[in-house]
Design a binder for this molecule. Structure first.
Ligand SMILES: Nc1nc2c(c(=O)[nH]1)N[C@H]1C(S)=C(S)[C@@H](COP(=O)(O)OP(=O)(O)OC[C@H]3O[C@@H](n4cnc5c(=O)[nH]c(N)nc54)[C@H](O)[C@@H]3O)O[C@H]1N2
Ligand SMILES: Nc1nc2c(c(=O)[nH]1)N[C@H]1C(S)=C(S)[C@@H](COP(=O)(O)OP(=O)(O)OC[C@H]3O[C@@H](n4cnc5c(=O)[nH]c(N)nc54)[C@H](O)[C@@H]3O)O[C@H]1N2
Ligand SMILES: [Mo]
Length: 808
């Protein structure tokens, strides 16, 4: 877009994926171009999705209500997602909706409202949609909420039992400067996928990870990327065993690049156990470390040796499972033991069945190496998963909207949403407890999209039919909005003032409104305030402030908390901050950040003075607490458990391709899928699916072909891309294409006549394929990363993608 007018300098703004200046088009109604903030050395390509997004045709222009709900009233319906919409005026919709909230509370109680509202929404400290909804529902008397995240749901539950809370691992990871100086061998399960390091929830500042990784490589560290997809680490290539036999740092000129170990997906635990087996068998384990800093090493060792189950976890045993040659496993173990070594695991590995295990097995491996707490050595999670691990965070939190307390105790682990709808009154286990699913009548979503994030979308669709009412606040006609009864048009961040930042961003940035509100869109805050008013708690919700006054209030109280050191840990620097008007004028304010971090250094120095927050105060390689839970799918020490869907299992005979549904390179989740960066990646208008040339040839698939990807749960169309960056047998289809279920009446009957099933996503959303199955009875977390599929060339008529065309 070149038609740029507005103030030549533009206004400062921020997204989860970076800080930028927005300049508007001639009419001042949309963003025409964005300039990355000058302080950002590696701006995210996702910025390219922003121009044109405010007035895109997929915006919700005015409130919309599903016809059946408006005419017949609330109640279960199979018409959700198929019905037409009416567009009554705002006031009428708010009146009726307030009445419906009151009815549900009166007839069923507050636990009948599901308001977890999981999702990333937009950057911004005040207009954070989920916080706004939670505050509203708490004032209404509470709601059934959700715990943990889709991102790190298994980590959040297992890690506190065995080492420390997930937030400690990811926020206080050893910083890249320390790694570059000290780390000699960097073994990364899942690579360091720089495509993911652009984003952080709340608003990103600079992006130091690409430079951090480059510095580590330039220093000659041996980087070993263990992943089914080579480009999870740029430049990684397969090397011989002698590469691993080398000593010292690499001579960069002679031996550039990183080693790629193309592991079979879902088998990392087997490889980790075998690495421990080699350390143990060859006397390379750090016995003093195990004794001083760990509990349970002997029980775990007995399992690795096969003393407890009769199966020694030898390299030969592992090689059959993970298809990494035994000689390579031995060479890697020796390399790791001989050098200052960091073992890191991307978050993706725990987004799989038994996802607790790779985290725990990697911890055990690092413990046997004995380098936890040393500079450049030890254990980490998520380098490359986000713009966070390895950065220098602020020592204190940033301003946030107080949500109040929720009197309702019902909750679900976030990814059990369909189960909850299908089985009211049914039980589930979670972190040692047994709980009951509440009977949900009303569901509200603001800032999240289960048709993006959840698995087995066909099942989710059917389950939503059982609700009385589904309310969705979103700026866009997302697939979730299409399935809603009441659709409330929210503003995008570009239509309102806010402040942005995270602990890793190193600054609090100004998000100045760049354009006026689109059509009849309103801020989530204003929508909820209007509902609260009708429900009799307007004042309690707003405290008499408008949005601008709230931002001032949040900033001022936070500044006061800093000045009085209420939120500053001992020893950390407390900044002297200007007032909000000055921050606004400057476009943001830099915050003091922590110096170089060596994770778990205090614990290593003195484990008695600085115990870990685990039950024993030490690293737990065997957990008595988890043993007490008695879960068949989460034993008390790291264990190889065969997943239901993997290439070594029975299911692979019928479904011979392992699909990795990872994060998209060209957008954040489903957000701005219609933007230029995202659209440029589409193939034949569909989401690109990458296949190895051998797998493609076996199916007669060429580059650019439309293919049908299917399981017995569902199917989607996608655009084929051939790539030898993939391990053969592995295919990759990122999340985020807007779900577009084939409907002959809308898409035309021709494809159906040629055999395309109704409900097939014509656009390429992998969550029509994935199973809705928790990681285990411990965390019950999302397992959407993996699914076994088959693929065929689709020679029938190709239906248009209609996902971005509003239903009204
Ligand atoms: N198969 C598979 N599935 C996965 C994953 C995977 O690896 N594989 N990964 C999972 C992970 S890690 C995550 S975090 C989830 C992400 O799942 P989500 O966070 O649910 O995905 P988003 O697309 O970011 O959804 C955010 C929604 O908020 C809307 N929005 C933006 N700003 C505002 C606002 O100001 N107000 C309101 N009301 N709405 C707003 C956007 O339009 C969008 O519809 O997906 C998960 N799903
Ligand atoms: N561009 C972009 N960046 C993002 C996001 C986005 O949507 N877009 N989302 C953000 C969010 S919310 C999150 S939680 C993080 C997620 O961060 P991650 O979970 O780390 O990201 P993914 O891309 O899902 O997976 C990383 C890599 O793991 C590899 N992998 C998959 N399965 C296996 C396996 O079995 N073994 C091994 N060894 N490797 C495997 C895949 O090749 C994949 O590319 O990303 C964040 N960053
Ligand atoms: Mo995530």
């Amino acid at each position: 877009m070149t038609d740029v007018a507005g103030p030549a300098s533009g206004v400062p703004h921020a997204a989860h994926w970076g800080t930028y200046t927005a300049r508007t088009d001639r009419e001042g109604r949309d963003v025409a171009d964005v300039t990355p903030w000058s302080g950002d050395a590696a701006p995210s390509p996702l910025l390219g999705n922003i121009p044109g997004s405010v007035t895109h045709r997929s915006r919700v222009a005015r409130p919309a209500v599903r016809r059946g709900w408006w005419e017949d009233g609330p109640g279960p319906s199979s018409r959700r997602g198929r019905d037409s919409f009416v567009q009554p005026p705002w006031d009428e919709v708010l009146d009726v909706l307030a009445g419906e909230y009151a009815r549900v509370v009166r007839e069923f109680g507050n636990s009948a409202i599901y308001g977890g509202s999981y999702g990333w929404a937009s950057a911004g400290r005040f207009h954070h949609a989920q916080s706004q909804v939670h505050r509203f529902l708490n004032r209404l008397g509470g709601y059934t909420g959700s715990v943990n995240s889709y991102s790190t749901g298994a980590s959040e539950v297992i890690l506190p039992h065995v080492i420390a809370p997930e937030s400690v691992l990811t926020q206080l990871a050893t910083t890249w400067d320390v790694l570059a100086r000290e780390c000699e061998v960097f073994v990364c399960f899942g690579g360091v996928p720089l495509k993911n390091t652009g984003t952080d929830s709340g608003g990103s500042g600079p992006h130091p990870t690409p430079a951090g990784l480059a510095a580590l490589q330039d220093a000659g560290a041996r980087i070993v990327a263990i992943t089914p997809i080579a480009d999870d680490l740029g430049g990684a290539r397969e090397v011989g065993d002698d590469w691993f036999a080398g000593t010292g740092r690499l001579d960069r000129a002679a031996d550039a690049g990183a080693a790629w170990i193309p592991i079979r997906p879902g088998t990392d635990v087997a490889l980790m156990l075998a690495l421990v087996h080699v350390l143990d068998a060859e006397g390379l384990a750090d016995e003093a470390f195990l004794q001083r800093y760990c509990v349970g090493a002997e029980a775990f060792r007995a399992y690795v040796r096969g003393e407890s189950d009769g199966v020694a976890k030898t390299p030969e045993w592992a090689a059959r499972l993970c298809e990494v040659p035994a000689s390579r496993i031995v060479a890697l173990a020796r390399l790791m033991a001989a050098h200052r070594t960091t073992v890191t695991v991307t978050w993706s590995l725990q987004r799989t069945e038994h996802g607790e295990q790779p985290l725990w097995a990697a911890l055990a491996l690092a413990a046997f190496l004995g380098q936890i707490g040393l500079p450049g050595g030890g254990y980490a999670n998520g380098y490359g998963s986000m713009n966070k691990p390895g950065l220098h965070p602020t020592a204190f939190r940033l301003p946030s909207l107080p949500q109040g307390a929720n009197p309702v105790t019902d909750f679900i682990p976030v990814a059990r949403v369909t189960d909850m709808l299908e089985r009211p009154g049914g039980t589930f286990t979670y972190d040692g407890g047994t709980y009951t699913y509440p009977d949900i009548r009303l569901m509200v979503w603001a800032g999240g999209n289960p048709f993006h994030h959840h698995q087995d979308l066909g099942r989710l669709r059917r389950a939503l039919g059982g609700l009385d009412t589904l309310v969705v606040h979103d700026p866009y006609w997302t697939p979730l909005a299409r399935h809603a009864d009441v659709v409330l048009p929210s503003t995008t961040s570009l239509e309102r003032d806010d402040l942005a930042g995270t602990r890793a961003s190193g600054r609090l940035g100004v998000m100045a409104a760049a354009v006026p509100r689109h059509e009849q869109a309103r801020d989530d805050y204003d929508i909820l305030a209007a509902l609260a008013e009708r429900l009799g708690f307007g004042e309690a919700f707003t405290e008499g402030r408008d949005a601008r006054q709230w931002i001032e209030h949040l900033y001022d109280t936070w500044r006061e908390d800093l000045t009085r050191r209420r939120i500053v840990p001992p020893g950390a620097e407390a900044p002297t901050l200007p007032d909000l008007a000055q921050v606004w004028e400057a476009g943001g304010v830099e915050l003091p950040t922590m110096g170089p971090i060596v994770a778990f250094a205090d614990f290593r120095r003195d484990p008695s003075a600085h115990p870990l927050p685990t039950p024993s105060g030490r690293i737990e390689l065997f957990s008595d607490v988890i043993k007490g839970y008695d879960l068949p799918d989460c034993p008390p020490h790291p264990t190889w458990l065969e997943p239901t869907e993997w290439l070594g299992g029975e299911g692979a005979r019928r479904w011979p391709l392992h699909l990795v549904a990872n994060q998209p390179r060209t957008r954040l989740h489903s957000q701005l899928d219609h933007g230029a960066t995202s659209q440029a990646s589409k193939v034949a208008g569909r989401e690109p699916i990458r296949l190895h040339p051998v797998d493609a040839a076996a199916r007669g698939i060429g580059c650019g072909d439309v293919v049908r990807v299917f399981t017995d749960r569902g199917a989607c169309l996608a655009g084929a891309v051939l790539s030898d960056a993939l391990r053969p047998g592995v295919v990759q289809l990122s999340t985020g294409a807007w779900f577009d279920p084939y409907d002959p009446a809308r898409h035309g009957p021709e494809a159906g006549a040629a055999g395309l099933a109704e409900g097939t996503c014509v656009h390429g959303n992998p969550n029509v394929l994935t199973a809705d199955r928790g990681t285990s009875g411990l965390a019950q977390a999302c397992t959407g990363q993996h699914v076994l599929v088959e693929i065929e060339r689709w020679d029938g008529p190709v239906p248009p993608v209609l996902a971005f065309d509003p239903p009204v």
